[in-house]
Design a protein around this ligand. Structure first.
Ligand code: BJ8
Length: 354
């Protein structure tokens, strides 16, 4: 069992080594007093809750993981792993590039090779081309199923709520891959019927929202709940728990381990996390998603103290508004204290979209 905190940890390599990958990111405050003894108060809720789940021993996946992979992405996570190391027996840290340059690609390539060797050492399974190819196909199938679900959300009326679709995107990180693929395809079969019958979870012409920004880990449903109880429907998530994390497949046609590893690098190097500088692909992707899912507006979701996404939200919002795409910028955490205030702002935004 290998645990991870980032979509840059390639599930293909983990599965090829006969291990299982689980997402360990947490979406609820826990043991905050204990957490603030080891982390500064002004750390993002995602990182704090990771520590809360460890210190409170509430996450069974974390307790049984044979390897926990940290990654050098944002400064918060990078430094937090230094403090997490002594709390767990088996932390492995992966370096991640910060620029989409040839040097950046070379770093990712060498880090994925090092990770493959670490997985092989852990599981005592030599990863050959056959194993890697099968793993790539398994993960591609899982991603294809979620792409199918996303496309169905383009219909008006929306055949599934944003909250339910977010849950499917969250389960992506926990379930057995084959079972997940089958379950999502079953949901899609049902949704196809609903679309054909023009049945929706909200009436046709309900304002449609695209969420964009920080990932929402289980059980962080705060903002989607606010949006969908304020007269709008969420039709897509530009997020790592969403399309930023799941889009693009790995080319499985390679014949050798080297070819297949390169295909993995190629796919993951396209992830447009805000830790990259500059990061123009993310804005392009938001605009593409607005069109593809017929969104009427974008809500940018930034966790308090998340420098990469909060910094990036300002030019992103400006660029969207220049293109006449209405946008609302939200900055919040996991607490429920600001729910009333957020609901008022979201309701006013949705009213404006009508
Ligand atoms: S690829 S988004 S999963 S790093 S919210 S901890 S950025 S301060 S989560 Fe992420 Fe990988 Fe990027 Fe995706 Fe830091 Fe911000 Fe906290 Fe965050």
């Amino acid at each position: 069992m290998i645990g991870s905190y980032c979509v840059f940890v390639p599930e293909e390599i983990v599965l090829a080594g006969n291990a299982t990958l689980v997402g360990l990111c947490a979406g609820a405050d826990f043991a905050l007093e204990e957490v603030e003894k080891v982390l500064p108060r002004n750390t993002c809720a995602l990182i704090k809750s990771t520590f809360g789940f460890k210190l409170g021993k509430v996450c069974p996946y974390l307790e049984v993981s044979d390897m926990i992979v940290g990654e050098n992405t944002c400064d918060g996570k990078k430094k937090a792993y230094e403090s997490l190391g002594p709390l767990v027996a088996n932390l492995y840290v992966m370096d991640i590039p910060q620029m989409k340059s040839e040097a950046g690609r070379a770093l990712l390539r060498s880090e994925y090779r090092r990770f493959k060797a670490a997985v092989e050492k852990l599981t005592r399974v030599a990863i050959d081309a056959g194993r890697l190819k099968r793993a790539i196909e398994t993960v591609n199938a899982k991603r294809r199923a979620i792409h199918r679900l996303s496309r169905l959300r383009a219909a008006d009326p929306a055949p599934i709520s944003g909250l339910d679709a977010l849950l499917a995107n969250q389960v992506f990180f926990y379930d057995n891959p084959q079972r997940f693929t089958d379950s999502v395809n079953k949901i899609c079969d049902e949704l196809e019927k609903r679309v054909a019958e023009k049945k929706g979870v909200f009436p046709a012409k309900t304002p449609r929202i695209l969420l964009s920004g920080c990932p929402m880990a289980v059980p962080n449903w705060k903002l989607p709940w606010i949006v969908e109880t304020s007269g709008a429907v969420i039709v897509g998530e530009e997020s790592c728990v969403g399309e930023r994390g799941t889009r693009n497949l790995v080319d499985a046609s390679g014949k050798t381990v080297e070819d297949l590893m390169e295909a993995i690098v190629e796919r993951y190097f396209q992830v447009d996390c805000a830790i990259f500088t500059p990061n123009p692909d993310r804005l392009n992707h938001i605009e593409e998603m607005v069109k593809a899912y017929q969104a009427d507006g974008v809500i940018h979701y930034g966790l308090q103290f998340c420098t990469p996404y909060l910094m990036e939200s300002i030019p992103v919002v400006k660029a969207l508004e220049e293109k006449k795409i209405p946008t609302l910028r939200i900055e919040t955490d996991y607490s429920m204290e600001d729910v009333g205030q957020l609901k008022t702002r979201v309701e006013a935004f949705i009213e404006m979209l009508k």
